[in-house]
Design a protein around this ligand. Structure first.
Ligand code: KIV
Ligand code: ZN
Length: 500
């Protein structure tokens, strides 16, 4: 008989901690509903004490979803636990996720404490959380670098205190797969009451081994995997849901473990998260990257045409990629666009659909083929909240032997402002002109331009990180004209700076 692995998704907590990935409550509910449809068992909806926004999101997600467990993160601090319990009051299946660092570094250099005191605080936190909810998960932060013997003592004590799940995070992404597997096995073999709790993995990807470590943990007895869509998360990210789930599915004969995930929803959920969070998916990303099923060399193409399995270990349809549905063109009607939007997980009311359709036709005039990513970007533009500063007009002159010059008109709260400037290139000239109007001392810390698909008629996506008095603001723009996309990204970031 096969075993069952619980999927704990932390896209809305660990994933949302990534700079520039913040979502508002409405967007978080949209993601939570997609996660429910995908079939995840637990949704970590936020860290309620961290901000009023996180608190509200946990409340609203608890109301909006039906069957997954809703989890709120806390430190091993009474106030955190009280606030999390309050945020979870509408959850049908609430879980409090509390914990504390157990590695030498965390005990001595972060918490200024000692192992016995930390063990006591861990037990107290679990007992306190148990007063509010039945389901309490304990995390031993930096377990990857914690001494196994001490970790086992802590795990045994928190299970005795009532923990239903014990999370063994490789917080710093330090472990090698065999080490992490041995750590889980050590707990299985040495914690007397381990059968009273589920062991969870929570691996970070600092050395690119998050998925390998998670699979090693599962092979040694872990039965909950903590993951995010597209692997987003602190620093280099977390283990990605799609990689773990598709590894278990593709290598079922060896691993013999099932999940509840409806894999055909993976691709649309990946795209939804990427678009809402303005976080591009790298083209060669396993399972969901643009090139994950693209065969470019002649030998491979020939082999796939003879038999798909010559070069594909997964069927793209199993993750919801339906190649025959790629083509949307200027001749596609509203119904075709609506159908594609629904496949991608977007349900728009009539007026938004009309707005997106109008933009779709404009884009289709400029590009031969409209792909899923293009459609998702159009939805993002139509649903974005009204901006205070808008780009009204942009004209740029540039060329190999010309000094780049830009004329810009901005609409600021309904009033029009013009400026002209030069620069060392067309983007620099346009940004200089914008700066003359907005009078803000800002610097661009990161500027990333990426094409969606291929072809010189493609849409360019621009991500910018803007520094204003030491605070970072993130902007995004997309356009077939990359100078316009760059100015839009700059203004998107500027619009996020609070008005004094
Ligand atoms: O990486 C980590 O240790 C965490 C914990 C808070 C679970 O995210
Ligand atoms: Zn983490």
């Amino acid at each position: 008989m096969s075993d069952r692995l619980y999927i704990f998704d932390t896209t809305l907590r660990d994933g949302e901690q990534v700079p520039g990935c913040q979502l508002n409550t409405v967007e978080k509910i949209e993601v939570a509903k997609a996660l429910e449809e995908l079939g995840v068992d637990v949704i970590e909806a936020g860290f309620p004490i961290s901000s009023p926004g996180d608190f509200e999101s946990v409340v609203e997600i608890s109301k909006a979803v039906t069957w997954p467990t809703i989890c709120g993160l806390t430190r091993a601090v009474k106030k955190d636990i009280e606030v999390a319990a309050d945020a979870l009051k509408f959850a049908k299946k609430p879980r409090i996720h509390t914990g504390i660092g157990t590695s030498y570094y965390h005990i001595h250099h972060k918490l200024n404490s000692n192992p016995d005191e930390i063990l006591e605080r861990a037990v107290e936190a679990v007992k306190y959380a148990k007063k509010y909810v039945e389901d309490v998960e304990f995390y031993a932060e930096d377990a990857g670098r914690s001494e196994n013997e001490y970790l086992a003592r802590v795990v045994e004590a928190v299970i005795k205190a009532g923990a239903t799940v014990v999370n063994i995070p490789d917080t710093t992404g330090y472990c090698l797969p065999h080490e992490f597997g041995e750590k889980i096995k050590y707990l299985v073999d040495n914690v007397k009451n381990i059968d009273k709790a589920i062991i969870a993995t929570h691996c970070h990807n600092d050395l690119g081994m998050a998925t390998a470590n998670t699979i090693a943990g599962i092979m040694n007895g872990a039965r909950q995997a903590e993951v995010t869509i597209n692997g987003i998360g602190e620093r280099a990210g977390n283990t990605s849901l799609e990689e773990v789930v598709m590894t278990l599915k593709s290598r079922y004969q060896v691993l013999n473990i099932d999940t509840n995930i409806n894999t055909t929803n993976i691709y649309r959920t990946s795209r939804m998260v990427s678009n809402l969070m303005n976080m591009p998916v790298q083209p060669n990303k396993a399972v969901v990257g643009r090139n994950a099923f693209a065969h470019s060399s002649g030998i491979h193409q020939d082999g796939v045409l003879k038999n798909r399995e010559n070069y594909e270990i997964m069927d793209p349809k199993d993750v919801g990629i339906n190649e025959s549905s790629i083509l949307l063109t200027a001749r596609s009607g509203r119904a075709a666009l609506k159908h594609r939007l629904e496949l991608l997980g977007f349900e728009l009311d009539k007026s938004k659909l009309d707005e997106v359709y109008e933009e779709f036709l404009k884009l289709a005039d400029k590009k031969k083929e409209i792909r899923d990513d293009d459609v998702a970007l159009l939805v993002g533009d139509a649903t974005r909240t009204e901006r205070r500063i808008k780009l009204e007009h942009l004209q740029v002159v540039s060329g190999k032997t010309l000094k780049p010059m830009a004329n810009v008109t901005l609409d600021i709260s309904g009033e029009k402002f013009d400026a002209s400037a030069s620069g060392n290139g067309p983007v620099d000239a346009a940004i200089n002109a914008v700066k003359q109007i907005i009078h803000r001392q800002v610097t661009i810390d990161e500027f990333l331009v990426q094409a969606i698909n291929h072809g010189s008629d493609d849409v360019g996506k621009v991500h910018m990180q803007i520094d204003f008095n030491g605070t970072m603001f993130h902007g995004f723009g997309a356009n077939t004209d990359i100078i316009t996309a760059s100015v839009e990204a700059f203004l998107d970031g500027i619009n996020k700076i609070p008005v004094q």
